[in-house]
Design a protein around this ligand. Structure first.
Ligand SMILES: *Cc1c(COP(=O)(O)O)cnc(C)c1O
Length: 449
């Protein structure tokens, strides 16, 4: 562990090391004010959206739950006045909305976007290469015996704390691939059971998420017909997430929510390795430029993206750019299992690091309390990781650091017309007994403060 220089005492660094909730905001640089552009292009985001559309008829056939939407995997945008009252966000500071990815069909989490996109891209390129498919074809052909025989020779594998494994495993096995999910030993039992029930091989590894990823990658590299989904480096995952921005723009428009200089949009995104929030932030920046302000939300013990941002700006004296949460003396132990990641994705950092409003951290108790508030105010059922977004308005509007940032950005005058969007990222498939435990713990915490 590196030691911070006592003379360069920074309050953010102190809170970070002591695992106290903190808001970090990026220094305002002119280059960060425009849209990003270095690593991805909007055309690639549009291509991802088109790929989902090409596969929609096939998905509707493979997943009965998608029949109604004709194969479109999307979530509602919900007004959240009751939750706004429950978290104490005053009306003069804007309106709270929820992007309900906790209810995304098929995968039950935000991973439906990136994970399914990557498996579809692999299946598509394989099918084109093998002559199973020609441009312009009806993709329902891929449900036929010829395609399934080819897919069945290939293995799709991933290392995952749970939700990514659920999304990859379910879509891969539905398409007829052999599939394996490499999990850390602490992964939830119900997630393993759900995968096994779908014919997915679950391989358990001792140690944390990164060890599971490394072991999974090594096994797939030894398989000539193996394809490994790399959560830390995958452009395809990133673009699948980014495509969410295009649909959100339509939803905001239909809901009559304006986004411009007088109507700022604040988006609060739970962050693990950074791919999901990074892709979405990238897409939103492309669409809304300086009028959208994205904040990543992390557990106090697993703030890998915050560590990466601070290391990148020389705010962690002596730490390497690749610093992990262990390097600042944190444990990476959190009950927000979707967010328990020690080291940020370099791909996500390079793509959006310069364009975030900031990063904040949340205690597990607060996640549980907000999980209960959301159930009791709006009737929505989420997992603990997915509650991290609700601390965003608190940090931004309810702390001196947040208020100072809003003033420095010239945003305080526009707050009454602002939109605060909390992205709820998972929960649909949490079993009832487990959810009931979350809820009763959350209710007693919410009542106690
Ligand atoms: C994976 C996940 C996230 C964050 O995604 P990353 O790409 O790891 O940053 C957030 N919430 C839930 C519920 C997740 O499963």
């Amino acid at each position: 562990m590196f030691q911070a220089d006592a003379s360069s005492h920074s309050p953010v660094l102190e809170s970070l090391r002591q695992a106290k909730p903190v808001l970090w905001t990026g220094p305002v640089t002119p280059s960060a004010a425009g849209g990003p552009g270095a690593h991805f292009l909007m055309d690639q985001v549009l291509s991802a959206q088109e790929r989902f559309a090409r596969f929609a008829p096939l998905l509707a056939e493979l997943f009965p739950e998608l029949a109604e939407t004709r194969g479109v995997i999307e979530s509602p945008l919900l007004p959240a006045a009751a939750m706004q009252a429950a978290i104490g966000l005053p009306h003069q500071d804007g309106r709270l909305w929820i992007k309900a990815d906790h209810a995304l069909p098929v995968a039950g989490s935000i991973k439906a976007r990136g994970g399914i996109h990557e498996v579809l891209e692999f299946a598509e390129s394989l099918a084109l290469r093998e002559g199973l498919l020609h441009p312009g074809d009806d993709y329902r052909k891929l449900a036929g015996p010829e395609a399934r025989a080819v897919f069945g020779r290939h293995q799709v594998a991933v290392g995952s704390t749970g939700n990514l494994g659920l999304s990859i495993g379910v879509i891969a096995s539905a398409l007829g691939f052999r599939s394996a999910v490499h999990m850390s030993a602490d992964a939830k039992e119900w997630k393993k059971a759900r995968l096994r029930a779908r014919g997915v091989e679950v391989v358990e590894h001792a140690g944390d998420y990164e060890k599971a990823v490394a072991a999974g990658r090594a096994q797939v590299e030894a398989d000539a017909f193996g394809y490994f989904v790399d959560d830390e480096r995958s452009a395809s995952l990133f673009l699948g997430y980014a495509a969410a921005a295009l649909h959100l723009r339509v939803q905001l428009h239909e809901a009559g929510v304006r986004v411009d200089a007088e109507h700022p949009l604040f988006v609060y995104l739970p962050c693990g390795v950074g791919g999901a929030p990074g892709g979405i932030a990238f897409g939103l920046k492309q669409l809304y430029g300086p009028h959208v302000h994205c904040f990543f939300a992390e557990p106090v013990q697993s703030p890998c993206f915050l560590v990466r941002m601070m290391a990148g700006r020389g705010e962690l004296p002596g730490a390497p750019a690749s610093a992990s949460v262990y390097d600042v003396g944190l444990t990476n132990v959190t009950e927000a299992d979707g967010l328990a990641v020690p080291t940020a994705s370099e791909l996500a950092y390079a793509a959006v690091g310069a364009h975030l409003g900031g990063v904040y951290t949340v205690e597990d108790d607060t996640l549980y309390a907000d999980l209960a508030r959301l159930k009791d105010s709006e009737g929505l059922r989420i997992e603990p990781s997915a509650a991290a977004g609700f601390s965003g308005p608190r940090h931004l509007c309810g702390t001196n650091a947040g208020r100072a940032w809003l003033r420095a950005q010239g945003l305080d005058a526009h707050l009454p017309r602002a939109t605060h969007l909390a992205w709820t990222t998972g929960g649909l498939f949490v079993p009832d007994e487990e959810y009931d435990r979350f809820l009763s713990r959350g209710r007693s915490l919410a009542a106690g403060n």
